[in-house]
Design a protein around this ligand. Structure first.
Ligand code: UD1
Length: 419
């Protein structure tokens, strides 16, 4: 297993280019199952989660070609059963359920297992499929969906912890080929849902309201091939802004969408950083005066849960007491014990971290536990004394394209040790 060695104490300077959004690309790739015609998707990031999705599509019978960020897919004849050995590697595999049900009226996909950020049920996805008229069976570890026809319906997808992002995408993908009109209430408003709706619309779907809590889908008989460019990854962008905050003289992220970064930019400004932006860049520079923060994760446009760990790393090195409350995945605090190994002072109670900032963290061997937690450890290591050894970095390769090389291009000193 590869590990990363971060030599701490450097200052970052310069520009870094943001890649295509992982969380947009995954359901969009799955949506290509909805047509027999060729689809061409641009700005696909080079990540292991994308590799798993392309492997699943290949095993379902799609012809897949990939060259420098562009993926061409033709799903002329497809199977409806996704193989367990690949599906189990990535929870987002569940987003093939919607398009398989929409096109073939049948799907069999393994139930995703538990995950370190807590129990991650898919009851809302299944409730949506049932409302559209599918029979849902869970048997032998598989989810089996069967329908003779799908019928438009009204469904509320809001759960105990708010709306569901992949669930909204899954129901949209099933409903585009249903008879009649489907109204999704309590829909997720994330930019990734809008990106998926834009791709489906380019394929001939009739969707309105994406980006609000009420999405309406008028079913059509069939979809056709389409070309699409994936939106910039707002979480990669936010992570590099925090790198700039934690260890930067001045860092500019390019090819990003500042509008998608509102709550992150606001939090960084509240913490005392200077930020400026153009249409597709954001620059962060420290102004020498930092303030602790009270932040709470919320569905979009609120502060993203996928940026919570990185902010914990930043706040751990800033004077004063900050409070971080996690409402989307209440158990998502695996990074806290690893940050403590680096000298952070954090009290954890229920779904809240109280962070008492210290002057400096110190390098230590630590363990990456999930994607965003791993990024937080890399960020914490940048200004720390000494060397931080981060093990199990395959987590980080799931969602960050060459994070070590990109940070090194800004002046960091990170080595990847291949096993
Ligand atoms: C997506 C993102 C993930 C992000 C999350 C929240 C992808 C590939 N992943 O995950 O990076 O952290 O949105 O912004 O896009 N829930 C239920 N029942 C369900 C589904 C979800 O109770 O059927 C709960 C979850 O446990 C969680 C909350 O709803 O508490 C939000 O989860 P959800 O939006 O579904 O996350 P994902 O779409 O899986």
């Amino acid at each position: 297993m590869d590990k990363i060695l971060v030599h701490g104490g450097v200052r970052l300077d310069g520009e870094v280019r943001i890649g295509g959004s992982k969380n947009s690309a995954l359901p969009i790739l799955a949506a290509t199952l909805l047509t027999k015609e060729k689809c061409v998707i641009d700005r696909i990031p080079d990540l292991s989660d994308i590799h798993y999705m392309l492997t699943i599509l290949g095993r379902l019978g799609c012809e897949v070609e990939r060259a420098s960020g562009v993926v061409q897919i033709r799903a002329e004849k497809i199977l409806t059963e996704a193989p367990y050995d690949i599906v189990r590697k990535m929870r987002a595999s569940v987003c093939v359920l919607g398009p398989l049900l929409g096109r073939e009226k049948a799907a069999k996909v393994s139930l995703p297992g538990g995950c370190v950020i807590g129990d991650r049920p898919i009851d809302l996805h299944l409730k949506g499929f049932e409302a559209l008229g599918a029979k849902v069976t869970v048997k032998g570890g598989d989810i089996i969906l069967e329908a003779t026809q799908l019928k438009g319906t009204r469904i509320n997808l809001r759960g105990r912890n708010g709306p569901t992002v992949l669930g909204t995408g899954n129901i949209m993908m099933a409903a585009v080929l249903a008879d009649g009109t489907t109204d999704i209430e309590g829909a997720a408003e994330e930019p990734e849902v809008i990106d998926l709706a834009n791709f489906l619309t380019a394929m001939g779907a009739r969707i309105s309201g994406a980006g609000t809590q009420h999405i309406q889908i008028e079913g059509v008989d069939e979809l056709h091939g389409a070309n699409h460019t994936v939106i910039p990854d707002r979480i990669e962008a936010g992570t590099f802004l925090v790198a700039g905050a934690i260890a930067g003289n001045q860092v500019t992220i390019t090819r990003c969408e500042p509008k998608h970064l509102g709550s992150v930019i606001e939090a960084l400004k509240n913490a005392g950083f200077e930020l400026s932006h153009t249409t597709d860049t954001v620059t962060i520079s420290p102004n020498g005066f930092r303030r602790p923060l009270h932040i709470e994760t919320l569905p979009y446009p609120g502060f993203p849960t996928d940026m919570q760990a990185q902010f914990c790393a930043m706040l751990a090195t800033m004077n004063g007491t900050s409070v971080v409350t996690e409402t989307v995945f209440p158990h998502r605090f695996m990074h806290v014990s690893e940050l403590k190994r680096m000298g952070a002072v954090i009290d954890l109670s229920a779904h809240r971290a109280t962070i008492h900032g210290v002057e400096r963290l110190s390098g230590a061997p630590v363990m990456a536990s999930d994607l965003r937690a791993s990024a937080a450890l890399v960020l914490a290591a940048l200004p720390a004394d000494g060397i931080t050894e981060i093990n199990r970095v395959y987590h980080i390769d799931r969602g960050y394209e060459a994070i070590d090389e990109k940070l090194n291009s800004l002046g960091a000193h990170i080595e990847r040790v291949k096993s």
